[in-house]
Design a protein around this ligand. Structure first.
Ligand SMILES: NC(=O)c1ccc[n+]([C@@H]2O[C@H](COP(=O)([O-])OP(=O)(O)OC[C@H]3O[C@@H](n4cnc5c(N)ncnc54)[C@H](O)[C@@H]3O)[C@@H](O)[C@H]2O)c1
Length: 385
């Protein structure tokens, strides 16, 4: 028998840890009688997360994040009886309304991504809120000043070492490398690639291009980190020299204005610029586009490539308009399923801990408990053996 399956089915079948956890939850039902409000990208990988919480007995009220909601995912979740307050929108006001709608349901637990839901709950508190999880560092930074108001367990997933190395290092590295090839269909062999930022994401990116036979140099503002890159065998030229020599320039710093107009004269003819950092402000694409020396622009909308032709004859290519390249351009896949399977298993185990009152208000905006990290790591290794 041949059956047609969807991407949601493929991703669900690839999330082996979540599948195993869901099988356990069908017996243990840690969320029986509880409502979980979620505000995280509504795309196929999230379905695996939400269906695991559902298997644990949770009633779910969900919304997504700005500009990333996939209608087929919403349709699927609704077909499974899950309440979704979300549409694909770039309008912050419309998105905010969907966040308010989730909190208005007075969920017992919140799964937050960027601090949106907890910030609303801090303004309109209700007694039944037990606590929950926050996915990101930016959410942690936003919620820390609200700690006294919140005064409940909130476990921060990004502060787990597993998230740091599984997603930021390995998965971002692989997916930025994959994105370069997906956008351009060009080889990496012998190309001079400069990676700006040698944090977790930069380390993975530099390693992936090196493993694909590129000559990789690293530029980091921190001399200690630059020394680490040097000892890891990367070339660490002075910044301007690194720009002058690069065929491919990748920014992954988390900071604005990494490659700006003053660098334009240095950039080599034919260079490709791409960003992997969260915000589209690491490469000043708008200023490049508007520069008086740009005499013509070729846009390849289907491929997410833009070529700026300069008065002096150089051509400079920009991928994905300077947005996170692994979530832009043709068929963006984001980070690998396995890295998300690990991160989302940390999510469900942390929510289980809060649901069981295994942590109190002293755990307000703290990293994932070490025993949960150990449990998730062991489970992944067991499946891999
Ligand atoms: N694309 C994705 O899927 C994805 C996934 C996770 C994280 N991110 C984003 O990637 C970015 C980097 O994350 P990270 O975890 O590696 O951060 P990190 O803080 O570990 O590393 C950033 C590095 O950039 C360096 N840096 C800062 N300013 C610089 C400058 N002007 N020039 C050169 N180097 C500079 C810092 O010294 C640091 O070593 C963040 O914006 C993060 O949100 C993207």
């Amino acid at each position: 028998m041949v059956s047609e399956a969807t991407r949601i089915d493929w991703i669900g079948g690839s999330c082996r840890l979540l599948q195993a956890t869901a099988a356990e939850f069908r017996k243990t039902r840690p969320f029986e009688g509880l409502t979980i409000g979620t505000g995280i990208h509504l795309e196929p990988k999230t379905v695996a997360l939400l269906m695991t919480l559902n298997a644990g007995g949770a009633r779910l009220v969900c919304t997504g994040n700005l500009n990333s909601t996939q209608p087929t995912t919403v349709d699927y979740l609704r077909s499974q009886g899950i309440t979704v307050f979300a549409t694909q929108t770039t309008d912050p006001a419309a998105h905010h309304q969907s966040l308010v709608a989730v909190v208005a349901e007075k969920p017992d637990l919140l799964l937050d991504n960027g601090g949106d839901l907890f910030a609303i709950a801090a303004e309109s508190p209700y007694a039944s809120l037990l606590g929950g999880t926050e996915e990101t560092t930016s959410g942690r930074t936003r919620l820390l000043p609200l700690r006294d108001k919140l005064n409940m367990p909130i476990l921060v997933i990004n502060d787990s070492p597993i998230k740091q190395f599984a997603e930021n290092k390995h998965a971002v590295g692989q997916s930025l490398f994959e994105s370069y090839m997906r956008f351009t269909n060009r080889s990496t062999n012998g190309k001079r690639v400069t990676v700006f930022g040698y944090g977790a994401c930069g380390k993975g990116t530099a390693a992936c291009f090196r493993n694909a036979f590129s000559q990789v140099s690293v530029v980091d503002i921190d001399p200690v980190t630059t020394l680490e890159a040097h000892l890891d065998g990367f070339v660490t030229p002075l910044r301007d020299d690194a720009i002058r020599s690069a065929d491919v320039l990748v920014t992954v710093t988390g900071h604005p204005d990494i490659i700006t107009l003053k660098d334009l004269p240095l950039i080599k003819n034919g260079a490709i610029l791409m960003n992997g950092g969260h915000f589209p402000n690491e490469i000043d694409v708008a200023a490049f586009r508007a520069h008086e020396d740009v005499v013509a622009t070729d846009r390849y909308p289907a491929d997410g490539i833009e070529t700026l032709h300069m008065k002096d004859g150089r051509a400079i290519h920009i991928l994905g308009g300077g947005h996170m390249a692994n979530l832009a351009g043709p068929r963006p896949l984001g980070n690998s399923v396995e890295s998300m399977d690990l991160g989302f298993t940390l999510q469900v185990r942390c929510l289980e801990r809060v649901a069981k009152r295994g942590v109190g208000p002293e755990a307000c905006i703290v990293p994932v408990p070490a025993d949960i990290d150990a449990m998730v790591a062991s489970a992944y290794l067991d499946l891999a053996r």
